[in-house]
Write a protein that binds this ligand. Structure first.
Ligand SMILES: [Zn+2]
Length: 438
């Protein structure tokens, strides 16, 4: 790939002058030879990912099976509570305390008894290998989610439970496999006085990646260039230039969020804060929500129709956009979370009393409500169907069987429209053939 001169690039180092690019391509064809000016190969060793925290599990399951964060939490909770298959799921930590190395034989034994197909792999593990997962300094209130020392019936799991269990097990087993090693080669060429660079990668030792071949849940999307295998070359080698072409590429707008990327963005909310001090607070302490609340926050946004699901994409509705536009920035920017975190730290350290904190919050809230009361808001509420009895407007209500539209003149008018496929609605009992005929 050509490294363009600064004068011809935009701020992201992309060449934005097509005629210049064409001239370079022409020059390359004319020169016909490339000289290797720099050649460097480095061995890269990559450790296995640590165990899952709830957030990283939600991201992985979102990517692999489009599971919602709430589904992942419920599934992990059931594996923990009902099947005793995996450890406590509401954790924001993926590491394990060093003392838990004592439990390795017990955990591996339970894995083998639960799933005999796993036994050949278990015999290949290096149980004495100390991966980076064993780290007391990284342990917070809870450790990473891992299999327990209890064997259970694998066939008793539902499909989602099985999927999630296998993912959790995979990351644990990966700790006892060698590091993944590859050789990264960086080459620099001179073609007619122009600078070109390329990178190649050759896998040397598969290591823990044998467990990850089918997965596709890794965040790193290796670009094609980094994945290519380069021929052996050394400095001052001369190669023939067979062709040169200019490829015109388009920048793409950021893609819509999915469950996986939205959870990731909430975990790394610091990236959305411009104030340096506040960004640091968020980076050190918190994202938006906690491991235990993130799934619920997203469910709430869906229930209130501020966002909708279209396939795997999550999109803001007009209602959601209008509500955000109507709210003051203090409430919509993640920097606020940082300020509260900071204040809570002050309370924890005894520099601020709880009472002071609450009084500040009350004053702040009163202020915002006061400001809001004077402000005109314009919120586009999706149209409701007319009442089937009297034709008046209807309102969305929630009943035991899920949501339904009810006449706004209720109780004067009892017109109701049921919403089909309402999620919380239970399926009706199948009727007997006799009653069907009626
Ligand atoms: Zn009515």
């Amino acid at each position: 790939m050509k490294v363009p001169a600064k004068v011809y690039t935009d701020e992201e180092k992309r060449c934005v002058h097509q005629n210049i690019a064409q001239q370079v391509a022409q020059l390359c064809r004319q020169t016909g030879r490339a000289v290797v000016t720099e050649c460097e190969t480095k061995r890269e060793k990559v450790a296995a990912p640590v165990a899952f925290s709830l957030g990283s599990l939600q991201q992985a399951c979102g990517r692999l099976w489009d599971m919602s964060p709430q589904q992942v939490l419920d599934t992990a909770q059931s594996l923990y509570e009902k099947h005793k298959a995996t450890s406590y799921p509401r954790t924001d930590c993926g590491y394990l305390p060093e003392s838990m190395r004592e439990e390795i034989p017990g955990v591996l034994d339970a894995i083998g008894r639960t799933d005999p197909e796993c036994v050949p792999l278990l015999t290949r593990l290096d149980r004495a290998f100390i991966s980076r997962i064993w780290n007391d300094k990284k342990i917070k209130a809870h450790h990473g989610i891992i299999p327990t020392r209890t064997a259970f019936q694998l066939s008793a799991l539902t499909d989602p439970e099985r999927n999630v269990y296998l993912l959790i097990r995979r990351n644990y087993l990966a700790q006892f496999l060698p590091l993944h090693e590859s050789d990264i080669t960086r080459l620099q060429f001179d073609i007619g006085g122009q600078l070109f660079r390329t990178t190649g990668r050759t896998e040397a030792i598969k290591g823990w990646k044998v467990l990850f071949e089918k997965a596709g849940d890794e965040d790193v999307q290796e670009d094609d260039e980094a994945a290519q295998v380069l021929p052996p070359l050394s400095q001052n080698d001369v190669c023939a230039v067979t062709d040169a072409e200019v490829s015109q590429l388009m920048t793409r707008p950021p893609p819509h969020y999915t469950f996986a990327t939205l959870i990731g963005a909430m975990m790394n909310a610091a990236a959305f804060v411009t104030d340096i001090a506040l960004r640091k607070v968020l980076k050190d302490n918190a994202g938006l929500g906690t491991e235990a609340t993130r799934a619920g926050i997203i469910e709430q946004l869906l229930n209130r129709r501020f966002i909708v699901r279209k396939g795997s994409k999550l999109m803001a509705t007009e209602l959601g956009t209008d509500v955000i536009d109507a709210l003051p920035p203090q409430l919509t920017e993640p920097g606020m979370t940082a300020l509260w975190e900071q204040a809570l730290d002050e309370v924890a350290a005894g520099r601020m009393s709880l009472n002071d904190f609450l009084q500040r919050q009350a004053g702040w809230t009163r202020n915002l409500v006061g400001q809001g009361a004077q402000q005109r808001v314009n919120i586009r509420v999706p149209p409701s169907p007319p009442c089937p009895l009297c034709g008046s407007k209807t309102r969305l209500r929630k009943g035991q069987k899920g949501e339904f539209w009810s006449c706004q003149r209720y109780p004067g008018c009892k017109g109701v429209i049921n919403i089909c496929g309402s999620k919380t609605r239970r399926p009706r009992r199948p009727k007997s053939p006799e009653s069907k005929k009626n």
